[in-house]
Write a protein that binds this ligand. Structure first.
Ligand SMILES: CC(C)(COP(=O)(O)OP(=O)(O)OC[C@H]1O[C@@H](n2cnc3c(N)ncnc32)[C@H](O)[C@@H]1OP(=O)(O)O)[C@@H](O)C(=O)NCCC(=O)NCCS
Length: 178
């Protein structure tokens, strides 16, 4: 197994210094809709989605899949961290760099406190315990300065830059044998 399966999911909640990471529940639906509808969150992700559309399409329990962590601060959801399989349509050389990619979305009020870094580091630690030696890749727009800084802080190194969706994209990898 090189991608996360139902055998390892959901894990027991992961506690960090300030946060809890856990699988999603019905009570997370409002935060997931807020993340999708937020213009700030959507700036480098193709823009926000209409709230009415999200209300219609987000399932009762959102993000019910292995690798989808809800991040809680003092009992309230502030963001999500995702470890997802790379899309099968991705060019082979990018899939060969790592089968799992990291994503992160935090509500704007939670930016600037180091929460995303703390949560992603915990999720990556958990991942390397479950799939030792398995690399994780990451995509972000180079214009997304906060995300670029976070990727560097987490230990991702650049493999490639390319144009897509009318913007420069950054593709990096983090080896778990670090
Ligand atoms: C990308 C994103 C998660 C980054 O959030 P962030 O809060 O900047 O990231 P970090 O958790 O690394 O926090 C770093 C900031 O917290 C500050 N900070 C405050 N207390 C801190 C602490 N105890 N520890 C670490 N950093 C701390 C740092 O100084 C830094 O702030 P600055 O950049 O203003 O100097 C967030 O901007 C976001 O959700 N964006 C929208 C979604 C998105 O674009 N995702 C990328 C898809 S790949």
């Amino acid at each position: 197994m090189t991608v996360l399966g139902p055998d390892v999911w959901p894990p027991a909640p992961i506690r960090t210094e300030r946060l809890v990471l856990r699988g999603s529940e019905a009570r997370d639906r409002a935060a997931v809709i807020e993340l999708g509808a937020s213009p700030e969150v959507g700036t480098y992700l193709g823009g926000p989605r209409p709230r009415a559309e999200l209300e219609r399409t987000v399932p009762e329990v959102p993000g019910r899949r292995p690798g989808f962590f809800v991040v809680e601060l003092d009992g309230a959801a502030i963001g999500t961290v995702q470890l997802d399989p790379q899309n099968p349509g991705t060019p082979v050389h990018r899939r060969e760099a790592g089968e799992t990619h990291l994503g992160y979305l935090f509500l704007p009020d939670a930016w600037g406190h180091g929460y995303a870094g703390e949560a992603c580091a915990a999720a990556l630690d958990w991942f390397s315990g479950v799939l030792p030696g398995e690399p994780v890749v990451l995509y972000t727009q180079t214009a997304n300065v906060r995300s670029m800084r976070l990727a560097a802080k987490l230990g991702f190194t650049e493999l490639e830059r390319f144009e897509a969706y009318g913007a420069e994209q950054w593709f990096g990898v983090r080896s778990s044998a670090r």
